[in-house]
Design a protein around this ligand. Structure first.
Ligand code: SF4
Length: 207
């Protein structure tokens, strides 16, 4: 089975993890992608935000949530009253998965499979163990499935505080939609307000 496990150091800092993740060959996604996109943010963050996987911009720049969806997320966090200094952002899968009709054509995002999410899980587990967030904000269905299992449905639990054991640790989680779904929505304003409302639940849960 594909797994990142042999590449994850037993101990060390987030920077050690990031350096090791740059060389991860735990599943085939590393081959077509430009680079590993590891999490960034405050080591002592109170909130960990978990998305699906890096997008085109993230893959090029090597940082999560720097593209259009990331900008929208920053705006929504500010509006909900979550301090960016209190956050650590990462993805369930650390390499960009895409299809491309021809070289030099636009790279189209493809959702990672359960196998790839499982393979990449040890990185997320290691990030959680080091950051020890008070709350996890789950951004969208893929992140939800990676953390809470394949029966996760974002529409059923968004904007609520869940308590679950994640990678052996008791965690509080607030699920919401992925910010890229707001960009695709027919009614963007309504979708955006929905995201902000869910993030406000997270802000209140932090107290
Ligand atoms: Fe490793 Fe995850 Fe990249 Fe697969 S997607 S190669 S498990 S870092």
């Amino acid at each position: 089975a594909y797994t990142a496990k042999p590449f994850v150091p037993d101990h060390g800092t987030l920077d050690d993890l990031r350096r090791a993740a740059a060389g991860c060959r735990g599943c085939p996604l590393h081959r077509p992608a430009t680079q590993t996109v590891f999490g960034t943010g405050n080591t002592h963050a109170r909130v960990m935000l978990v998305g699906e996987q890096p997008g085109d911009q993230e893959d090029r720049q090597g940082k999560p949530f720097v593209g259009p969806a990331g900008k929208l997320l920053d705006r929504a966090l500010a509006e909900a009253g979550v301090d960016p200094a209190d956050t650590y952002v990462t993805n369930a899968v650390k390499h960009f998965k895409f299809t491309q009709a021809e070289p030099r054509k636009r790279r189209i995002h493809k959702s990672p499979s359960l196998r790839e999410m499982t393979a990449c899980g040890p990185w997320l587990a290691a990030e959680l163990a080091l950051v020890e967030p008070e709350l996890i904000v789950v951004l969208g269905a893929t992140a939800g499935k990676a953390l809470l299992g394949s029966s996760f449905r974002v529409g059923q639990v968004r904007g609520t505080v869940l308590e679950e054991e994640i990678h052996g640790r008791p965690e509080r989680l607030v699920p919401t939609v992925h910010p890229s779904s707001v960009l695709r929505a027919d009614d963007r304003e309504q979708a955006y307000q929905g995201l902000v409302a869910d993030l406000k639940v997270a802000a209140r849960a932090l107290g």
